[in-house]
Each structure stands twice: as C-alpha cells, then as structure tokens.
Write a protein of this length. Structure first.
Length: 430
C-alpha cells in the first residue's frame, strides 16, 4: 500500500526534473540566510551556476557547528513570526541546534511520516503507542501528527513508567509502538519479569540510534512483532527521512524531498552506490530553514536502485556516526558492531557498556557485558569459559583485542531514550 504512490515511486528523468526544480527553489530560499550569502560568495558560487542536479557537488558543505554558531535564529529564511514551532537537538556539547518550522513545513513532515507508517502496513483505525519524548526532541510530535494525519488512534505515551506502557498496550489493544530499540528491549525485559504478554502488538518502529540486525532478531522474538528501522534527524524536520519497507533490506529515502550524497568523510569526495561513507543531505522542501549539503555525520551507503515494493533507491542501515567511530590502534570500531557480536552469543544478555582508556600511550577497549539470568551460575570456571568465548568472538569481528568483563544480570544501565553505551575515558561520553 502507498500513501502517495506517485511520489514514492518517482524515478528516472521525472524524479531528476522535480529534484532540480526543488533544488533551485531551495537555493533561492537559502540566499535569504546571511550565512549562505556569505558562504556562496566566499566559494565563488552563485545559485544560477546550478543547472543540473549533479551541480550540487559544486556547492560548499554545511556543518552542525555552523548551525550552532547561528543560534538561535540565524538560519531562518522566513520572518520569525512565520515560525509556528521550534524544536532543538539535545545540545550535549555546546549550544543546541535550533530548528524552525512553518505551517507548510509541518504539513510536509506529517505527510512523510504518513508515507512511512502506510508503507509498513498500518491502516486507518489502528492503535499506535508513541513511546518517545514529547519535548523538544522531534520524535514525539513528528510521529504523532503523521499518525493522526493517516487516521491512526494515537496514544501519546511518552517515555518511562514501563509497566504502565505494557498495561496500556494491553488495555487499549495497541497494534504498533514507536520507541528507541534500546527502550523496546527494556520493555521486553520488564514484560518477561512480570509475566505479561502483549498479543495485539504486531508492529514496532524503532529509531533515533543505530541498531543491528541481531537486535532486530531479538526484538522480534521477545516482543513477537515485526520490527522496522526508522531514520531521521532534527535538521531535516526529524524522523521520516527514510524508513524500511516490508522487505527489510535497506531504508527508502524520499528522494523527492531530499537530495542525498555519500562522501568520504576525510576528503569530501563523492562516492558511488555501494561505497560506504558519510551521508550528506540537501532538503528540497524546507521553507523555514533550508540547508545546503548538510553533513549528517551518519555512516551508510546508497544501494543499487530497485526494490520489490516498487519504491525508489534505498540507503543501507546506519552503521554509526562518523564522530562516534572509535579508532583503536588504527582499527575503526563502531558500537553497532559490538552489539551485533554480543547478541549472537546465547550466554550473554542484551546490555553492554564500552570503555576506552589510554594505557602506556596505547588505546585499550574494555567491554562490560551482562550475563543472562539462566546462564549466570557464579561458578568461576563457567565465567572464564564464557569470557574466553566472548573475547574471541569480538576479536574475530573487530580485528583487535579487547578486555571483556562479565557482570551480573541487571547491573548495567537501562535507557528510555537514546542509549549511551560508550564512555571514552580519554575525553568523555558518547
């Protein structure tokens, strides 16, 4: 089923013509922002120089630090009075990124969310529990209004009070839930502890943090649902930029609204389909806050075109963030790789923490891993055997040695929002 079949399946010359038209509009909109007028002048580029979609590569990049330096309203292309909503990023380092929305922006955003929800099989009248933060975080209101637009019965559950979340699922006959994958895992854990089942729940929409195929398998097994990956970022409205279809083989990115490039994060060189790099997005319909070649920091790759569902080109699942990538003794390591290994081992649980230290001028990786209750005997011989197996599995995938510490079930932190699993003791928390 489609929400907007024409736009979701648009490709070839028709798509390129629409992208070029919208790119030219976006550049004209961007020229209302002092930052872009100065940036283009410094680069010796004029919007009129863009005569084809590929000409976007001539334009300079926009970075998150640019948005922070424009705090609070320096990137608005419309009068502040035309902004009907404001969201911000978490702002964990320095000033947050402020994102403004006009009425037109909110309508576009809700429409994109409706596309995603329809694509995974939700229908008018289905009950949808939105278990994410409803504050300045974009995930709450983004999914809320998209769900209402397509006629879902939306429950604005927010985060926390997990037993109550489970109770609502059963009392209201919830069909689908939206939350972070780490919180979904916690819901499954609490449900198991209290002996609850959730028979009406058939669909899970999980995003806001990278997660592995192994975690999907665990979530689908523990919650008895079909799990779909969601991708978005505040600077592009929020969630809704890309989403999995029932094929679950990459995420469809809405090319009528977003012009996507993959670049080498070190050189800025544009990469081809199948080459992994940093995703750069130019939004094509944002009115209040147009952006040009925004470096997302998210690592992925463009897939070869074609999908059984009939929609356009996909991206691979997000591997991690360029700035979250750990370089340990010259080897690139992503937390999602560690998660994938651990979830494939039957003796250990779903929770882990990663610590990075510098010892004698060398970087060392320590991974704390929770045991499963059914495999935690406390016997030293058993622990040594499991520790050896976990260490070997990590070494085989990561290509480096790690120190593994097994901990009792329930000791590691749980997260209602985005999981923070990496503590870099050389400099801070990821």
């Amino acid at each position: 089923m489609f929400w907007d079949e024409k736009m979701e399946t648009l490709r070839g010359k028709d798509l390129e013509a629409l992208q070029l038209k919208r790119l030219k509009w976006t550049l004209a909109q961007a020229m209302k922002v002092p930052f872009y007028r100065g940036l283009f002048r410094e680069a010796g580029i004029r919007p009129a120089d863009v005569k084809a979609v590929d000409d976007v590569e001539k334009l300079p990049f926009t970075r998150k630090k640019d948005l922070r330096e424009g705090y609070p309203f320096g990137f608005l292309a419309v009068p502040r009075q035309k902004v009907v909503r404001i969201h911000t990023t978490s702002g964990t380092t320095g000033k947050p990124t402020v994102v403004g929305y006009t009425k037109r922006d909110l309508a576009h955003w809700a429409d994109l969310i409706a596309r995603n929800l329809t694509m995974v099989g939700l229908r008018e009248g289905d009950v949808f529990q939105n278990a994410v933060n409803y504050g300045l975080f974009t995930g709450g209101l983004g999914f809320h209004y998209g769900g209402e637009l397509m006629g879902l019965t939306v429950i604005p559950a927010g985060t926390g009070n997990t037993k109550r979340q489970i109770e609502m699922i059963n009392d209201f006959g919830v069909d689908a839930i939206h939350c972070t994958p780490s919180y979904a895992m916690h819901i499954a854990e609490v449900a198991e502890e209290i002996g609850a089942t959730m028979p009406t729940l058939t669909t899970g929409l999980f995003g806001a943090e990278p997660w592995s195929e192994s975690m999907r398998t665990e979530l689908e097994r523990k919650l008895d649902l079909s799990a779909f990956d969601s991708y978005g970022l505040s600077e592009m409205y929020g969630p809704g930029v890309a989403f999995e279809c029932p094929e679950k083989d990459g995420l469809h990115i809405w090319h009528d609204c977003y012009l996507v490039e993959i670049i080498d994060p070190e050189t800025g060189e544009t990469l081809g389909a199948g080459e992994r790099g940093e995703m750069v997005i130019t939004p094509l319909v944002k009115e209040a806050m147009p952006l040009v070649r925004y470096r997302t920091g998210d690592m992925t790759m463009l897939r070869e075109d074609g999908c059984a569902c009939g929609r356009g080109q996909k991206i691979s699942r997000i591997l991690g963030r360029a700035d979250d990538m750990l370089v340990i003794r010259g080897i690139n390591v992503f937390p999602s790789q560690i998660e994938h290994v651990l979830l494939g081992l039957p003796e250990v649980g779903d929770h882990f923490m990663v610590y990075v230290d510098r010892v004698n001028y060398l970087d060392e990786l320590t991974i704390e891993v929770e045991m499963k209750r059914e495999t935690f005997s406390g016997e030293l011989s058993d622990l040594a055997r499991i520790q050896k197996r976990v260490t070997a599995a990590l070494r085989d995938v990561l290509g480096i040695r790690t120190a593994v510490k097994l901990v009792e079930p329930g000791l590691l932190p749980r997260f209602e929002g985005k999981a923070k699993r990496v503590v870099d003791r050389r400099g801070g928390l990821f």
